[in-house]
Design a protein around this ligand. Structure first.
Ligand code: MN
Length: 396
């Protein structure tokens, strides 16, 4: 059985103010062509179909065209990510027949899509993104809700998957091959994950990282969330991120973007290869004085790229943007970062981590309060409201 694994389309996303929808449609057109040429049995889309809960109209149009085209020759299995609104993405999903399978509901996550080839069935459990705060109640048993963590809710979901598998496997000798789709921050025990700036933090709800062990016993685990393709180390079965089809931040400038093709043999052994998706433009982050950036001959290669410029002059040069744009017409962002200055740029602060940590640092610095327990009280209140708002916005 041959599967095409992709994720994190982020339809409707812009890049430093640049609307990417045409590039997204072109990239997904390429994905459709790969699926057709490789005669895949199914395309797996592992969450973050859209960039936000209420996507712009052109993004919905691209989704409809791409999925419609895929469904004309193969199965499409779609699950929701942390950027998607499960309810909106999953509208009518219960009434779809035939080749389009959209899985966004927590109460049915243990019902697999069953694909069949000459070697027998493959069960695809497409888990929607699980928000720890709400999922812990749905997935709890007689003992009450499961702990409020990504590992706990995903672990509970996988317990349900294994229970379903046990029932299906009981009393039959046909081998049941298994695939799980999930959207989470998963890491192997010894290998740090490679993150990018365009992934929205999952720290809301506690520790974000989920160990690969939760997917033990599954032949192939198709992940979404991290935008760089990678394989977290796993004791058994193969666990893999396909990565996004396009670069969505300058931190991804060096990543090769594509899709993953998975061949499951008769025993469920997966063999993977990647197919690159052509990118609309190269991307480059350039650092130097304005004179270097506009004059250095070695930068000629980047003139056609989407450029982020970090200008290191001691004093902010006049008409910095105009000068840069004259050389790099596709300049997307330019910042003045005087060398040797100790200031934290907004980018560095934002990338630092948990937005609540950033706020805590600010409160400590700005209020001069050194009573940590008073601070903790404020922060608990802020966390409560922040997380409630995230849930309401459908971003967590
Ligand atoms: Mn994503």
């Amino acid at each position: 059985m041959r599967l095409l694994h992709t994720s994190d389309w982020h339809l409707g996303r812009s890049l430093h103010g640049l609307d990417l929808i045409e590039h997204q449609e072109a990239a997904l057109g390429h994905v459709v062509a790969v699926a057709r040429a490789e005669q895949v049995d199914a395309v797996l889309v592992c969450g973050d179909v859209y960039d936000r809960a209420v996507p712009p109209v052109p993004a919905v149009g691209v989704f409809e065209r791409v999925v419609g085209e895929l469904a004309s020759f193969t199965h499409v299995i779609i699950s929701s990510g942390n950027h998607d609104s499960g309810i909106r993405l999953g509208a009518l999903a219960e009434h779809l027949v035939d080749r389009i399978h959209i899985r966004t509901r927590l109460d049915r996550l243990d019902e697999p899509v069953v694909l069949v080839d000459r070697d027998g069935p493959v069960l695809v459990y497409a888990l929607p993104y699980l928000d720890p705060e709400s999922a812990r109640y749905v997935l709890g048993g007689e003992d009450g809700p499961v702990p409020r963590s990504h590992e706990a809710v995903l672990g509970a979901a996988m317990d349900r998957v294994r229970a379903d598998l046990a029932v299906r496997r009981a009393g039959q000798d046909q081998l049941l091959r298994t695939v799980v789709m999930a959207h989470a921050f998963v890491a192997g025990r010894e290998r740090p994950a490679q993150t990018s700036d365009s992934e929205r933090d999952l720290r809301v709800g506690g520790v974000d990282v989920v160990p690969t062990d939760v997917f033990a016993g599954i032949d192939y685990t198709a992940l979404g969330h991290l935008h760089g393709p990678q394989e977290p180390r796993s004791a058994d079965g193969l666990v893999r991120y396909s990565g996004s089809p396009l670069r969505y931040s300058f931190s991804e400038a060096g990543q090769t973007k594509g899709v993953t093709l998975v061949d499951l043999d008769a025993t469920g052994n997966p063999r993977v290869r990647t197919v690159d998706v052509p990118q609309p433009r190269p991307m480059a982050e350039l650092r130097g004085t304005l004179a270097e950036l506009v004059g250095d001959a070695s930068l000629t290669a980047h003139e056609g790229a989407w450029v982020r410029a970090l200008v290191t002059d001691e004093v902010r040069p006049d008409r910095m943007h105009d000068a840069l744009r004259a050389r790099f017409p596709h300049l997307l962002s330019a910042h003045h970062v005087p060398s040797g200055s100790g200031t934290i740029t907004l980018d560095a602060a934002a990338a630092a981590a948990d937005p609540l940590d950033v706020l805590a640092r600010f409160l400590r610095d700005a209020s001069g309060v050194d009573d940590e327990s008073a601070l903790a009280e404020h922060l608990a209140l802020v966390r409560e409201h922040y997380e409630a708002q995230c849930r309401e916005d459908g971003v967590a």
